[in-house]
Design a protein. Structure first.
Length: 323
């Protein structure tokens, strides 16, 4: 089968498209004929082993897993012994950060993984970017314990996490203030933001309003800078560990004092997560934002574009097959 392969850590150029063995399905697994995948910020970090701590899980000197990719949409080609939830021919989408492998013509995933049937009327390319940024956004929203009527400031509303986050927050009845650059103001309003701050024209940390939660989807702020934005028991959550890994330490310390606090929730996976996004898509409350599409043969260009910092929403990889 054709796949995007890398055998060492580094820049986008370490990735090459070539032939490799088609995976074999095992007990409890599905073999998926991948029709579409994505390239996202997490893929770039894993590919380059940045931060360095990735190497302790993925291979210290060289990567143990050579095919990257976490999001996918495709068709069930074969099911292993014991699989009851799906059958050959099912159109499915999902997320796999255990063994990766979605940037290829075929992949395997456990039936208990994060996957569900593609919503009716949705193409594979539209379904593929439904789970990566959105599940990180959902993790942060749940970690902040956002409820209907809460006021939330979301920094970085145009990436995969941020564009999903605005929609998920609105779906649960929160009032959203979001930040973005000038060219995306109308897009972010269309996603459901009540107020939009142009970060190229003003410093969002000087906003006079107070919030139940501040969610930084791009990891470019700090608790110190955002603390004044929070209500007395407000919560700050960022998408990364912060300078000198401070968010991990602050998540341990700040809850002890009963006031404004940092939380650093860990994502959870499973069928329920995919089914939740499926329902939101079917009811029109969530639509993944797609910036560009690249064929698998041009995946290096996709990696370069994602790392340029210019993407809006998601970058989709179209995986071709002879049929």
């Amino acid at each position: 089968m054709k796949a995007a392969i890398r055998t060492r850590y580094g820049s986008p150029e370490v990735v090459r498209v070539g032939e490799t063995a088609k995976p074999s399905v095992k007990e409890g697994e599905l073999l998926i004929k991948v029709r579409a995948a994505t390239v996202n910020r997490s893929d770039c970090g894993v590919r380059a082993a940045k931060p360095f701590i990735y190497r302790f899980a993925l291979g210290l000197a060289r990567p143990k897993l050579t095919i990257l990719g976490t999001e996918f949409a495709g068709e069930v080609e074969e099911v292993g012994p014991g699989v009851t939830a799906f059958r050959p021919g099912d159109r499915v989408f999902g997320f796999n950060d255990k063994t990766f492998g979605t940037q290829a013509q075929y992949m395997t995933i456990a039936q208990t993984g994060t996957l569900a049937l593609v919503p009716e009327g949705l193409s594979y390319e539209e379904a593929a970017p439904s789970t990566e940024g959105s599940h990180y956004a959902l993790t942060m929203i749940k970690g902040a314990k956002v409820e209907a009527g809460h006021r939330v400031l979301l920094n970085g509303a145009t990436g995969a996490i941020g564009s999903a986050g605005v929609q998920l927050l609105r779906a649960m009845g929160a009032e959203v203030t979001a930040t973005c650059d000038t060219k995306n103001l109308d897009l972010v309003r269309s996603l459901g933001a009540t107020r939009v701050i142009d970060y190229t024209a003003e410093d969002f940390t000087k906003d006079p309003h107070r919030y139940d939660a501040v969610i930084d989807a791009v990891g470019k702020s700090t608790f110190g800078r955002c603390r004044r934005l929070l209500k007395p028991r407000g919560v700050y959550i960022a998408s990364d560990v912060g300078p000198f890994w401070q968010n991990l330490l602050l998540a341990l310390v700040t809850p002890l004092f009963g006031g404004r606090k940092v939380r650093f929730p860990i994502p959870s996976h499973g069928p329920a997560t995919a089914l939740y996004f499926k329902e939101l898509i079917e009811t029109g409350r969530f639509t993944p934002v797609i910036d560009r599409r690249y064929p698998l043969d041009e995946i290096v260009d996709a990696y370069r574009y994602v790392e340029s910092g210019r993407k809006t929403g998601n970058v989709v990889i179209v995986v071709g097959h002879p049929d």
